[in-house]
Every structure is written in C-alpha cells, then in structure tokens.
Write a protein that binds this ligand. Structure first.
Ligand code: TXA
Ligand code: MG
Length: 543
C-alpha cells in the first residue's frame, strides 16, 4: 500500500466552482479512500475521520508514528457536536471569531471518533478550513482526518509541486488547489484541561485568542525542545519536524553581525530576508520573506527549507526571526527545522541593570549570573575604590576634608551627611565618584567579554544619573510593588518603617526606569523572573 505504486488521480480544485473534481474527490473519500486536499494553511492528506481503516492508511502513506493524533476537518459548525463530548461556551466563541480559518480546537472526544484518529488520546482536534475547495469537498463527503500532506519529518507542503513529489503513488487522488495562502499549519489550542493553552502557534496569534478568551497560556515547547523526561502536551512536538537535509543553524544578531559571521565561516548556504541577498559573496542564498513581515516569512519558510535540499546544501546559516505576532509560528517551525541549533553573532552586550531600591535587582542579577552572564556590582566597586589607603580616598579627603575619615577609613555616614545636606556638595561628590566607578565598570565588562561571558551586566542603582547607561547595549529595569519594596528594605537594612519610607521617597518613580529600559522585569513574590527575561535570553544567549 505504501510502495509508491498506487495509481493516483490528479484533480484540480482551485475553488468551489471546480465542481466536477470536487465531486470526484468527495466520492473517493466517502468510499474510504485517501485524497490530498488543499487548505489555506498547508495541503492535508485526508480520509474519513470516523472510518478507522481509512485513517490507518493515512499513517501508512505518511510514515507517521501511530501515537501522533490527526486533526478532524469540518465545514459546518454543527458537525462539531458529534465529534466531541460537549461544546463549551469557549469553543463557540473561538469558532465565531476564527472559523473558518487556521485555528484547531482540542476537546474531549465522543465515541464516534476512533482511537486511530485521536492517536489513542481521549481528546480530538477539530478545525474548519477556509479554503473554498476544502469546504466544498467536506460538504459533499464527511468530516475528514487530515495531517499535513508531507512524508513524516519533511516540511509541510504549501505548493502543489511538493505535494506531488511526496504523495504521488501513495494516495488515490491529489487535488491541485494552488498555493496555500498562509504557508504554515494552523494554531492548535486545547480547551480540554484548565487554562486554554496554545500547543502549536500558527496563523492565529496568542494575542488574538486572548481577546476572545481572556488568559491564554502558550506551551513552553513552542520555542524550546522538551526537557529530558518532560511529556509533550501535543504528541507532534516530540518528533523532529520540518527537517531539511542540510544542517541549519539560526544566527541571532543584527544584519551586519550576521553577514560578518556568515562570510567568516565555511557554510555553503545562507537563509536570509529579501534584499539581503548580495551580502554573502560566494554563498548560495535562499530568501524567506521580508524581515519585518512575519506573514511573508510564514508563506515562504517551507519552500525555502525544501529549496535548501534541492540545491544540495550541507551547512546553512539562517537569520533569526522576531517572535512577535505570527513570528512565533515562524520561529516555532524554523527552530525545529534547525534542531534548536541557535547562536548569537556579534560582540556580547553590556547590559545595564537598574531600578529603585528594594525592587529586587540583586535577585535578577543572580538569575542572569546563573545563565553565564558576568554581573558587575557598582556598589562593590565603590567600596573597593574607597578602601583605606587608596588613591581615590585621598582625592575625596582633599575635596571634603579630613572629617570624612575615621582611623584612615572612609566614614560613609559622614560623607553622606555632607552630600545630602547641600546640592553643591552632592554635585561635587558625583563629579568625582561617577567617572571613577564608570571607568572601573567598563574595564570589568570588557574583561568579562574577553573571557567569553555571553554578556556583562552592570548592576547600577544610578545607571542613568551616572551616565553608565551610555555604555550599555541593552537596559533591564527591575520594579516591584511599593509595599513589597518597603518590607524588603526594612528587613534587609534593619530600618524602621519611617526610615525605609524616607529612603523610598528620595527615589525616582518606576516610570523613570521603565520608560528608559529595553525590558522591565517585575520582581513580585512568586513572579517568574526567568520567564520575564526570556526575550533577553532569546536575543543574546540562545541555548
Ligand atoms: O493547518 C493544519 O493544521 C494542517 C492542515 C492540513 O489542516 N494539518 C496539520 O496536521 O498540521 P498535522 O497532523 O501535521 O499536525 C497536527 C498537530 C500535531 O502536532 C498533533 O500532535 C496535534 O496537532 N494534535 C492533534 N490532535 C491532538 C490532541 N488530541 N491532543 C494534542 N495534540 C493533538
Ligand atoms: Mg505535520
């Protein structure tokens, strides 16, 4: 049956007017045959979803593991009721907003859905495609189980020529429905347990889903491989997927750093955005859409991956994508295609870490240090600069008088009292100490980067006031609710409530920090700092 010798009928179903071939496809499907149908996402390899024998042959034709469940395609909302145990309000809302279209909804299944279709799970995935020919074929036949119409492990086909390459001789008919408008598979959301969760990102974004449902979670496996021992919420996530034969590595960093990295390497192929083709003399270049348009990237991605193989490339470097909006779906497919090989090109960043006292900078610094960053503490530099006998302490004593010394050591309380009592004295102190601290911080940051740290983090409460922000490529602000900061300061510094409040009121408001930062981390008790730092890690410290 999967010996590539099955005679395959080639049909044309561009839209609902191609009625003759739509009827022929529907008849084959009603009889338990296999037909490749076009959808707006990618082509699907379809069979009667409730005919267990027909569905078994889908798995054979694709070489698909039998525990990987299929999506059931319907053409009218009323068909959903027979497939699932009940239709919750949330499913109705999603259907109203996004069907027909690239959204697949998972619900507890009814007894009508055979176990082969659901991969042995007690849930079923259902979607209503918007391609007019797909809907017409379903309308004239039955609900159709259909995975993407590629051989398992190859990129999903969004063009007829690729479907033909993969499926001719393996199925009863292939319908030419033109090029798929979206180019990557549907968004898969489960409503079967707790918080609605996106298992696979696609053409409908998490933000669009949240507008309809309220809070929506995104499975961590969207952008990361499963950790050892972790089970996949969606079985499809555990298989290597969308893989070209070439070894693809995604390279984060700006276009110049990317070009330098590529031209310095022995790679034979490059995947980049349109308009960048000329930057890689001597390399074979494949483009995948516009740098700023994730829809164009989605439409081109699978084609580009197949082109790599058609060109016989072995080692390919690919530009990284922005994961905002539909970019999340592009990144999900691209990172899998590259087996999660991802590196950062360019000089490691100097990062400014700042925020009001008690906000939790220290903790955020510790999380960054755990990821390999070198954290440089400007308070420690200040203490080190003013140790007894240091040249800088002598400079201070000349500026403010011997009264700031006690037994040769700096009397910090005294110096603080002088500075806080008089703005002119404060200015004088800053003019002396900021440049000295900055110079030391810069030297330590350069040394950290020379040592191979992926980032140097300058922890500085007065990052902006001291001008240290100007040496930073990226700034992270840390904030926390005031009541929590109050508690933390009292506990940490042994202060009374009044003393702690006085210290807090001398500080800049939160938006002073957040409006100047590239990323804000809220270090509330119980908030997940690591997750909030993800955009930073994704950009600069790929795993
Ligand atoms: O756009 C699409 O969704 C395309 C077109 C043809 O409709 N279809 C498609 O199907 O991408 P497929 O089989 O390649 O991917 C289905 C994904 C797999 O990752 C599978 O594990 C997951 O959906 N899935 C299906 N049923 C599930 C269930 N009951 N629970 C969890 N995941 C499920
Ligand atoms: Mg697939």
């Amino acid at each position: 049956m999967n010996d590539n010798t099955r005679p395959t009928l080639e049909l044309v179903t561009r839209d609902e007017r191609d009625i003759r071939d739509i009827e022929r496809a529907a008849a084959i499907l009603r009889d338990g045959g296999l037909v490749v149908i076009p959808t707006e996402t990618v082509y699907g390899l379809a069979a009667d979803a409730c005919n267990a024998d027909a569905v078994k042959r889908i798995f054979e034709a694709k070489g698909r593991p039998s525990d990987n469940p299929l999506i059931v395609h319907i053409s009218r909302f009323e068909q959903l009721g027979a497939l699932v145990r009940e239709v919750p309000e949330s499913a109705k809302k999603l259907a109203d907003a996004f069907w027909p279209g690239p959204l697949t909804i998972i619900l507890p299944k009814s007894d009508r859905v055979p176990d082969v279709t659901s991969g042995g799970l007690d849930t079923v995935a259902v979607r209503m495609p918007s391609h007019p020919a797909a809907r017409a074929i379903i309308d004239r036949s039955v609900p159709l189980a259909a995975p993407s119409a590629n051989i398992s492990g190859l990129p999903s086909p969004a063009k007829y020529e690729y479907v033909r390459d993969d499926m001719l001789g393996r199925v009863d008919a292939i319908c030419d429905g033109g090029e798929c408008a979206i180019g990557v598979e549907s968004t898969v959301i489960t409503l079967a347990a707790g918080t609605p969760t996106v298992l696979r990102p696609g053409g409908i974004t998490p933000a669009q889903l949240e507008r309809v449902l309220g809070r929506v979670a995104v499975s961590p496996s969207a952008l990361k491989p499963l950790a050892a021992g972790e089970t996949a919420a969606s079985p499809g996530m555990k298989y290597k997927h969308y893989a070209p034969k070439a070894a693809v590595t995604v390279v984060a960093g700006d276009p110049d750093a990317f070009a330098a990295f590529v031209n310095d390497s022995d790679c034979d192929g490059v995947m980049c955005f349109e308009g960048e083709e000329n930057r890689f003399p001597g390399k074979t270049v494949v483009t995948f859409g516009d740098a700023d348009d994730p829809f164009s990237q989605a439409r081109r991605l699978y084609d580009a991956l197949r082109e790599l193989d058609a060109l016989g490339l072995r080692k390919v470097f690919c530009r990284d994508v922005n994961t905002a909006g539909v970019g999340l779906a592009v990144a999900n497919r691209l990172y899998r295609a590259s087996a999660f090989r991802r590196v950062y090109a360019g000089r490691p960043p100097i990062v400014g870490l700042t925020g009001p006292t008690g906000a939790g900078k220290g903790y955020v610094g510790a999380v960054l240090a755990e990821a390999g960053c070198r954290v440089i503490d400007t308070d420690a530099i200040s203490r080190e600069l003013t140790r007894p006998g240091s040249p800088f302490l002598t400079t201070l004593a000349q500026a403010f008088g011997a009264q700031i010394l006690r037994d040769g050591a700096l009397d910090r309380a005294k110096l603080a009292a002088i500075a806080f009592s008089d703005p002119a004295q404060q200015k004088k102190l800053n003019a002396l100490s900021h440049p000295a601290i900055l110079a030391r911080a810069k030297a330590e940051a350069d040394a950290a980067i020379a040592d191979g740290a992926p980032a140097a983090v300058i922890d500085a409460p007065l990052l902006f006031e001291s001008g240290a922000d100007k040496m930073c490529n990226c700034i992270i602000a840390v904030t926390a609710p005031e009541a929590l900061r109050l508690q933390r300061i009292m506990a940490r510094d042994g202060l009374t409530r009044e003393q702690a409040l006085a210290r807090m009121s001398a500080q800049q408001p939160d938006d002073f920090y957040t409006s100047r930062a590239d990323l804000t981390v809220v270090s509330d008790d119980g908030s997940d700092v690591r997750r909030q730092l993800e955009p930073f890690f994704r950009r600069y410290i790929p795993s």
